[in-house]
Each structure stands twice: as C-alpha cells, then as structure tokens.
Design a binder for this molecule. Structure first.
Ligand code: SAM
Length: 285
C-alpha cells in the first residue's frame, strides 16, 4: 500500500482525482508518518476492538489503524476523498469506508453491527476545527459508550478542554466535557506537519468517557441547556443569560436562581460543574 503521509503520494492522488483542499471542511492532511503512528498508538485496546475514524481524508491515520485493528469504520464527508480512499484501500480487509457527515449521522445505526457483535468501541479523529466541540459532545452524549476518543485539535482549543473555572478559557464545552469524561493531553504537533500548513499548531488529546456522569442531574437535556445558557453572553449576569435563553421573565429567573442558592448577579463562568448541576435542577423543564 502507498504511504498516505507522503507529500508526493498526496500530490499524485490530488492530480489524478481532481481533488483540491477545501478550507471549509478543515482539510489539512498529515504528512508526518511518525506523528500519524503516534496518534494511532494513543488509542490502545485490542485488535478485536472496533474503531470509528471521523474525517479520514486520504487515509493518513487509516493506514495505521487498519494495521492495528480488524474493524475500522472511516466516515468522510468529501466524495472526492472517498474516491481516493476506495482506490488506496481497495485490498484492505476490515475497513468500511462510509460517506457521511458526522453531525448528521445516527451513530447506533452506523455502528449497529459492531454493537450487536458486542465489540468495544474507540473513536479517533484529526478533527476539522470548525466542528471540534460539537463532534466531541456528540460522541460523549450518544447512547454508545466509547472506551476512549483520541482527537487532534487546535492547540488553543486544547486549553479550553481542561480550563479552570473563572478563567477566560473556561467555557460551556469545558463544563460538559468534565461532566462526561476525563481528558489527558498527549502531545503537541507542529503546523509544519500538515499539507497545506495551517497557521496554528495542534495538540493530541485523549478523552476517556466516565462510566457514570461526574455530577448527578435529573434531566440531562435541561442541564446541558443551563450550561449553554450561562455562557451564552459572557459579559452578562447569570440572571440575564437564564431569563433570555429559557424565555422566562427576569423575576422568575431571579427566583429560580436564588432558590438553587446562587446570587442572580454573578456570571456563569464562576460556577463549578457541581454548581451547574444544582442550578439546572431549579430551571424549567
Ligand atoms: N485524517 C486526515 C489526516 O489526518 O490527514 C484528514 C484530516 S482533515 C483535518 C479533516 C477531515 O475531515 C477532512 O478529510 C474533511 O473532509 C473531513 N470532514 C470535515 N467535516 C466533516 C464532517 N462533518 N463529517 C465527516 N468528515 C468531515
């Protein structure tokens, strides 16, 4: 099989398939074989585990995934990249190439056979930057339990993943991630390892979903809505954010926030995960 991290091979395939890099799909392909191997190495587990790869591109990670695991599903949105993948991996067993948008995909249907077979699932992606947080939250909140999720994200996004409360990087994404999972920072990847080169460096993160959520809430949807509401307008008070996002009067919002034991004049960004859980219990369903 050809080496899909080689710039020469990538360029050849681009020419033969009319492929061009689409910025709006976050297409920066890895051209460093050692980095690709190391990212796949972070997934761990066993050969018999099933892996979902999101956004394989030309297969920089896929080539090593198929060496290490017997069951790989590669989900790619771009039909031109799908054409290249089908050609490159035509003789590879255990690889399923699927055209689709991860944001629209029904994961239990996509991975139905793997679930029926009782396989342990893992996910991996050099994530398109424009959907990083949506994809991670989708994987974590789905009915499927992933043993771990290895993602490469923009370096500045990685600080949001583990930010402390009250800091500028602390966001709804930080709180939700902490609710669902543990996060480990693995290593940084220079922007020079990609073709075309992005402006910023990246970081590989390992997300380990918890078997039990870190905080107890009676309604998960309401909890998520409360967290998103609290961060929706960073300069506004919790009172304004809650009243606006839940469509309730300021008087009602004030009463509900106070009944959970919080000052309505604070800003949401100073609340911890447990405090958000308590606040959400006082919100309307
Ligand atoms: N994994 C390859 C690599 O490391 O060289 C490509 C990584 S590139 C940063 C992101 C890939 O995700 C592209 O191939 C892009 O077409 C694909 N992609 C973008 N949006 C997607 C979506 N919504 N669903 C599935 N794939 C997507």
């Amino acid at each position: 099989m050809k080496n899909m991290t080689s710039p020469t091979v990538i360029t050849e395939y681009m020419k033969s398939s009319d492929f061009f890099f689409k910025k709006n799909l976050g297409q920066n392909f890895l051209k460093d074989e050692n980095v690709a191997r190391s990212i796949v190495g972070e997934l761990g587990g066993e050969r018999k585990d099933a892996v979902l790869e999101i956004g394989p591109g030309f297969g920089a990670l896929t080539q090593f995934l198929t060496e290490d695991y017997d069951d790989v599903t590669a989900l790619e949105i771009d039909p031109f990249a799908i054409g290249v993948l089908k050609d490159v991996f035509s003789d590879t067993e255990g690889l399923r190439i699927v055209r689709g948008d991860i944001l629209r995909e029904d994961l239990p249907s996509l991975l139905g056979d793997q679930l029926t077979a009782g396989k342990r699932l893992r996910a991996i992606s050099n994530l398109p930057y424009y959907i990083t947080s949506q994809v991670i939250i989708k994987l974590l909140s789905s009915d499927i339990f992933f043993e771990n999720i290895v993602v490469m994200v923009q370096k500045e996004v990685s600080s949001r993943l583990s930010a402390k409360k009250g800091t500028k990087d602390y966001s709804a994404f930080t709180v939700l991630l902490n609710y669902y999972a543990d996060v480990v920072r693995c290593f940084d990847v220079s922007h020079t390892c990609f073709i075309p080169q992005p402006k910023v460096d990246s970081t590989v993160m390992k997300i380990i979903p918890l078997e039990k959520r870190r905080a107890e809430v009676s309604d998960e949807e309401r909890f998520v809505r409360t967290v998103k509401a609290a961060f929706s307008m960073r300069r506004k008070t919790l009172l304004n954010c809650i009243s606006m996002n839940f469509g309730i009067s300021k008087d009602e919002a004030k009463e509900r926030i106070a009944s959970a034991g919080f000052d309505p004049a604070i800003r949401g960004e100073i609340l911890s995960l447990e405090e958000f859980a308590a606040l959400s219990e006082a919100m309307p369903l």
